[in-house]
Design a protein around this ligand. Structure first.
Ligand SMILES: *Cc1c(COP(=O)(O)O)cnc(C)c1O
Length: 454
């Protein structure tokens, strides 16, 4: 909370300084695009009785509802309906049943033995690395946790029409899937350029009965699709529920998405207790809009002995203009209904983000992450496209698990993280999705013609 805007801009001007630990620029230990904070995290500020957002939908100075007047009553109603649903045991029972038999929860907490042995801790030993296997969910990622929760809420409110935005198509596919399951009409807005790049996911959505509407405005990518979905919602709010795909957007979305994703952290706590009778030392996740990370972190926000680490897309390097490292390089402003860090120029115009991973290619970030960074409760780093691609191969080769390129960003930060840890400490990484969707893209960058030969 102490980090002023000018300080922020100053940091941004200084180059690749990782944020975190109360926003104080960390000791720079490498000169590459990704820099880490000094080995062992400083004791983090206590946030016991963490009650956020507040009644106005604020996480400190972040969040809020920056939307057209016509949407305010709808957002207020949504918040009320959401809270009522949560308090209703039958809503929870229905959701739990579908999560179990349809989505396939709970997902395993997997000890990645060979990956653990691969990296040395500062004292020459090894850390234990665990993967929370969200990639094993139906549709292959964590996104369905949120789509299902919101679609069930919509059903409860007797709204028959669902709209969603999608970038790479993962959220669109998850939403189209649960709409098929629940018999709801589904319209997905998608940038025309993304539709070309992600033709497979367009077909999957249509196969499940969704209408995919191309958006040609702006750069014809995710932020334009999001703006178009919001426009549709303004017009059709009486009959329509908008399923937003990340922990971003106006209140109550960040809170609601967090709630539906927090099952990740709840299961993790239980599984850690079962496996070693304690807590993890570090939780780590990749950060696009921030939903899989907050889903893992939320359960542990009050456990200040658990270090929270988010990893952003550094693209071609955070000192180029081709990255999506919103927290590392952005400044606070308003986008898609909420006040948070974003990539913008001096006139407040959005700078187009870049990442090899479509799911991280977003110029904003959920407001809670901005807050957690500013108070020093969580720290955020970035890795480059190249580092993510290397991690994509490494996990495949060491564990036989092909991670999503998004997830690969979290894996790629491991060497820097582990070097600052001690023998026997434990890290849980959210394995947010599987990499099958990325194979075609990865083939353009990785030559495996000599693979397996001695
Ligand atoms: C969409 C996506 C992400 C990024 O979104 P968050 O809201 O930051 O979680 C990460 N991993 C996978 C597999 C995704 O599909």
């Amino acid at each position: 909370m102490n980090l002023t805007a000018s300080q922020t801009r100053m940091d941004a001007g200084r180059g690749a300084v990782s944020r975190g630990s109360r926003g104080i620029p960390a000791r720079v230990t490498r000169s590459s695009t990704s820099v880490r904070v000094a080995a062992v995290a400083a004791p983090q500020k206590s946030v016991t009785e963490y009650e956020r957002p507040d009644a106005n939908g604020r996480f400190g100075r972040f969040g809020g509802k920056y939307v057209p007047e016509t949407l305010i009553p709808a957002l207020e109603q949504l918040e009320k309906d959401f809270k009522e649903a949560l308090a209703d045991p039958s809503f929870k029972a229905t959701m739990d049943g579908i999560l179990k038999d349809y989505v396939g929860r709970e997902t395993p907490l997997y000890y990645a033995e060979r990956l653990s042995e691969y990296y040395k801790t500062g004292d020459g030993g090894h850390a234990e690395i665990y993967l929370k296997r969200e990639d094993l969910n139906h549709t292959g990622a964590h996104k369905i946790n949120n789509s299902l929760g919101q679609a069930l809420l919509c059903k409860r409110l007797n709204k028959q029409r669902i709209i969603a935005e999608t970038g790479a198509g993962q959220h669109g596919v998850a939403t189209a899937t649960v709409c098929a399951r629940l018999g709801l009409k589904c319209i997905v807005y998608m940038g025309a350029k993304d539709m070309e790049r992600q033709a497979l996911n367009v077909f999957r959505m249509r196969l499940c009965g969704a209408e995919v509407r191309p958006v040609h405005s702006g750069t014809a990518t995710l932020k334009d699709a999001t703006s178009e979905a919001i426009r549709d919602w303004v017009t059709n709010v009486e009959t329509t529920h908008y399923i937003l795909g990340s922990a971003a957007g106006p209140h109550p979305y960040p809170m609601m998405v967090r709630e539906f994703q927090s099952i990740i952290g709840k299961e993790t706590r239980k599984q850690c207790l079962e496996k070693w009778g304690g807590k993890p030392d570090v939780l780590m996740a990749c950060v696009g809009g921030g939903s899989n990370a907050i889903g893992l972190f939320h359960e542990f926000v009050n456990d200040t002995d658990v270090r929270l680490v988010g990893v952003e897309a550094g693209g071609e390097g955070v000192d180029t203009n081709k990255h999506a490292a919103t927290l590392t390089k952005g400044s606070p402003g308003v986008l898609h209904g909420s006040y948070s860090y974003l990539l913008q120029d001096d006139d407040g115009q959005i700078i187009d983000p870049h990442s090899i991973s479509a799911g991280l290619d977003y110029p904003g970030i959920g407001p809670e992450h901005s807050f957690l960074m500013d108070i020093g409760r969580a720290e955020y780093h970035s890795v480059t496209d190249k580092e993510a691609l290397d991690a994509f191969q490494l996990l495949s080769q060491l564990e036989g698990i092909i991670p999503a390129l998004e997830t690969s960003h979290a894996i790629a930060h491991l060497p820097r993280l582990i070097a600052g840890m001690q023998n026997g400490q434990r890290v849980v990484i959210n394995c947010s999705g599987r990499g099958d969707k990325d194979i075609g893209n990865a083939m353009k960058f990785i030559d495996l013609s000599g693979a397996g030969k001695q």
